[in-house]
Ligand binder design. Structure first.
Ligand code: PYC
Length: 330
């Protein structure tokens, strides 16, 4: 098998050598994850944030190769497994998507767990993964069910108003759940798939208005995920959400980091007690069951359970001369 390292040429790549990458595809409550198991870039042994930077600087063409059409799709989240720096972790993982890299990914972590179980590398029980934003603990309940103890999460600001062209004043909370979220109070229309375009359009406008108006998370963190909420459709769920991911796709799952950000806001408002189940329904009707443990300084440890199913085992091939070896770039 050839190495996954090819030219960084993103356009007409006449000189791109043949490359092969082995991946396992899964979906977590409908949201796809592609785990790279062979042929990924060699990122060294440094801290995970440095490896993420190196991936972005030297191998971004591989991110595009793995995620973008014609080999992938905008909804896909990639997971590159690597050696952890800590010996209490079974693996390090760097998540990436159609526009860049993610600090953490809840649905992706559940996808990684189901993939490692499928490969026979783990059995039910607890293990740890190292991500660029911290250690996450995962309890593999069975081959398809995992509970993720996410990184510390918190609400950064409450009731922030942003002026959004065509939508007017929109108010929401800014919270960290492993990524930065703007959790909008209310929604522009019902949270159903038939309104997907309208929801995506509204969320993209909010995302860009936040950037234009310099509204950020802590340490100038880019708020790249936008979340709308409404009543759940199922009688035994607590709320439905629609989550816009950084690259413009919507999350088919209830979004693990988004559910964590929601729990942080519920905890900060004192409306959900620690260790109480919160059933978060996605826009496609799938669900995560979540709860939290209180931590210091008003922060929380979110605990999110969901299911993932392996749905493909593929070798991605880029032949010499393929003009779209590194994806279709707008
Ligand atoms: O589950 O955390 C998540 C996630 C982030 C982006 C897509 N899914």
């Amino acid at each position: 098998m050839r190495s996954g390292n090819s030219s960084a040429n993103g356009g007409l790549a006449g000189a791109v050598p043949v490359t092969e990458l082995r991946v396992i595809d899964s979906h977590t409550e409908g949201e796809p994850t592609r785990v790279v198991i062979e042929g990924g870039p060699e990122l060294g042994n440094g801290p995970l944030p440095e490896r993420l930077e190196r991936f972005a600087k030297d191998y971004d063409h591989l991110r595009r190769q793995i995620i973008l059409e014609p080999r992938g799709s905008d909804a896909l989240v990639g997971a590159l497994l690597c050696q952890p720096t800590r010996n209490d972790c079974v693996a390090g993982v760097v998540f990436f998507n159609n526009t860049g890299y993610l600090g953490m990914c809840g649905h992706g972590t559940i996808g990684v767990a189901a993939t490692l179980a499928y490969l026979g590398r783990i059995v039910p029980g607890t293990f740890k993964l190292e991500t660029p934003v911290g250690i996450v603990s995962v309890d593999l309940v069975d081959a398809n069910t995992a509970t993720v103890e996410n990184v510390l999460s918190y609400r950064h600001r409450k009731d922030v108003t942003v002026n959004v062209p065509e939508l007017g004043e929109i108010t929401g909370d800014i919270a960290w759940g492993g990524n930065w979220f703007f959790l909008v109070k209310g929604a522009p229309c019902p949270l159903t798939l038939e309104h997907e375009r309208k929801l995506t359009d509204a969320a993209l406008r909010i995302q860009s208005a936040l950037r234009d108006q310099g509204i950020t998370g802590a340490n100038n963190g880019d708020i790249d995920h936008i979340e709308f909420f409404a009543d759940a459709h199922a009688g035994d769920a607590d709320a439905r959400n629609f989550v816009l991911c950084p690259g413009g796709a919507y999350d088919r799952s209830p979004c693990g980091t988004g559910t964590s950000a929601k729990l942080a806001c519920l905890a900060a408002d004192g409306v959900l007690a620690p260790e109480t189940d919160w059933v978060q329904e996605s826009v496609i009707g799938s669900r995560f069951v979540a709860r939290y443990v209180a931590a210091e300084d008003g922060r929380i440890v979110p605990i999110v359970t969901g299911r993932a199913f392996v749905c493909g085992e593929t070798t991605l091939i880029c032949q010499t001369g393929d003009p779209f070896a590194n994806g279709i770039v707008p």
